[in-house]
Design a protein around this ligand. Structure first.
Ligand code: F6R
Length: 253
């Protein structure tokens, strides 16, 4: 793991955008995308930097980590809609190359297996963007998820439901299930880039980076990945025991 600690959210977003942009310059790039509030700044910066250098975003293929079960792609809180709003439309990503887990399929199990196959057919994911839940979840792999899990339906914990309730209107209940790439699926991406910002993530970040590798903290699986790059702001890094004074915590490559 390579852990970089930056001053604040904007610095994390800017650094993340540089890293993603470098991956997108290569031939036939396959990008794994995350949703949530954390990567919004990254997508904004990435579009600006990409446009500045004339990068053709229509060349890239994308695979998202997760999607709610039962929300159609046009629903304002669906992750499909989130991605169109924060990245795909403004960047000019080709809709034919966008892949989202299908939370509306009649046969969810078959749809999950098909999603795994489509990642394989694309040649695997070059760079997977990740956030982290305040309970240590990675994508929607909640605590207790098998470290080898594949794309599947996952029931969301009360903690995740309450964390995400802020995105839904008053009286509108968030879906209680999601389709998520598994931890085993995520671990097969050639590179991982995890972002975390704010004190609300500090305990989860500490457990993920310095705790034991355990299904009870799904993000601790990152410790086993050969190319995991972690970008934290000072607040998200505030509970770490090991760090260098120059802002780079590098004790665990
Ligand atoms: C979203 C996802 C989730 C989020 C996590 C953090 O695709 O996979 O694991 O990354 O819940 O969400 P935010 O960024 O909203 O704190």
């Amino acid at each position: 793991m390579f852990v970089e600690i930056l001053s604040d959210y904007d610095a994390v977003s800017a650094r993340a955008a540089e890293i993603v942009l470098a991956a997108l310059r290569r031939e036939n790039p396959v990008l794994g995308c995350a949703t949530g509030s954390t990567p919004i700044g990254l997508y904004r910066r990435l579009i600006a930097l990409g446009n500045e250098e004339g990068l053709d975003f229509s060349r890239i293929a994308t695979f998202n980590l997760d999607e709610y079960v039962g929300l159609p792609p046009e629903h304002p809180q669906s992750y499909g809609r989130f991605m169109r709003e924060h990245f795909f439309d403004a960047a000019g990503v080709d809709p034919a190359r966008v892949h989202m887990p299908d939370g509306m399929a009649d046969d969810l199990e078959a749809a999950c297996a098909a999603y795994e196959r489509s990642i394989e057919v694309a040649g695997g994911i070059d760079l997977q963007i990740l956030g982290i839940g305040s309970n240590g979840h990675l994508a929607f792999n909640e605590p207790g998820s098998s470290l080898g899990s594949r794309t599947r339906v996952q029931a969301l914990t009360e903690k995740t439901l309450s964390d995400n309730a802020r995105f839904f209107g008053e009286g509108e209940a968030p879906p209680r299930k999601a389709v998520t790439m598994g931890l085993g699926t995520i671990m097969e991406a050639r590179k991982l880039l995890m972002l975390a910002s704010g004190t609300g993530k500090a305990a989860a970040v500490r457990d993920a980076l310095e705790g034991p590798v355990t299904a009870m903290c799904p993000a601790s699986a990152l410790q086993m990945h050969p190319h995991a790059h972690i970008l934290l702001d000072e607040a998200a890094a505030s509970a770490l025991a090991y760090r260098h004074r120059d802002g780079v915590a590098e004790p665990k490559r």
